[in-house]
Design a protein around this ligand. Sequence first.
Ligand code: BGC
Length: 410
Amino acid sequence: MTFPDGFLWGTATAGHQVEGGNLNADIWPLEWAEETLFTEPSGDACDHYHRYPEDIATMAELGFNAYRFSLEWSRIEPEEGFFSRAALDHYRRMIGTCLEHGITPVVTYCHFTTPRWFAGEGCWHSDRAVARFARYAERATAHLGDLIPWAATLNEPNLITMLQLTGVIPVGAGERGPITEEQASVEAGVGGYDPAHYEMGLVGAGCERMGEIHRAAVEAIRSGPGDSKVGWTLALVDLQAGPDGETRLEAARQGAQLDWLDVSRDDDFVGVQTYSRNIIGPDGAIPPGEDTATTQTGWEVYPEALGHTVQLAADHAGVPVIVTENGMATDDDEARIAYTRDALRGLGRCIDDGVDVRGYMHWTLLDNFEWMSGYAKTFGLIAFDHETFERTVKPSARWLGGVARANAID
Ligand code: BGC
């Protein structure tokens, strides 16, 4: 099974999960809070902030030709209105290193974390959010846009809605209502925000608000310099109906997927991120049964999800697709290979059926900081020693690099 010429084969990471020392991110103080939901703090993470040259060189040696990573907004704009030239230069060097190695950068402008001051203002719910994010997108693009062929504004803005509509978290969780000026200044005084507002370390708003923020950022990025193709990346679990689950399934599909894919219609591409399926009953997702094979995160091992969700996204959004995340958390690297091979077969079938898929970015490069679960969940193609940061390339990385080089799977 061969893939189209110029197909992008890469890995994906997110700044906060790999860089380390990400002190100005909203999530950092949450990780250290007394009653934290995080099993451990991100700390130095994989020190990718300093070790990216080695990591990018390794990807190129393995055979990859693309790398999806994120700019860390909280480093670039650590205080409202102050844009760090040094941080922007860092990302320019990073993009340059990709290009020197023949690796196409796919750049996410915001992968979950926001600056503390932005969280203190009310995050995505603040009336100022649209202008704030658009200004950041404009300033980052002014510095980097000429080198960015593919840009994603927001990572999984639909995640909170999806978790709510599938019954994984209660409706309202992960959201925070608008806060008053007074609250904002009190919160800013205690370090940027009140962790009590974050029920799960991640926040989001509904489709209308996130869509508005996205559109403003798309416009800012499209203004250049450069000619970036712009989209956003969506969490697309493969939703399927269980017993009596049809009504709930339709509601979840509409609210958590189709509404957001509608927004993508005006974009240059949509990023599809999928790991597994959810069987939906009348009350939401039905947990996998005892006999079902699951990953370290408790998700069903279901590689068919990739083909299904790519087809859904393409059918509904009508724009080219890039798989911006797909993978599994496991300590069984053979299982990772088997899962990925099956997922790629499904993807190949979509392409054979005429779906315009431009690339596949595996989640993830390194065994990184898996948010509230810390470092115990290993999604990486490469392991690292937490004291020396020394990398160990896993067989799955060599296998997938070989697929990338061949632009084909068996
Ligand atoms: C996120 C990643 C995360 C991965 C695995 C996606 O929802 O974009 O940041 O690590 O899933 O949970």
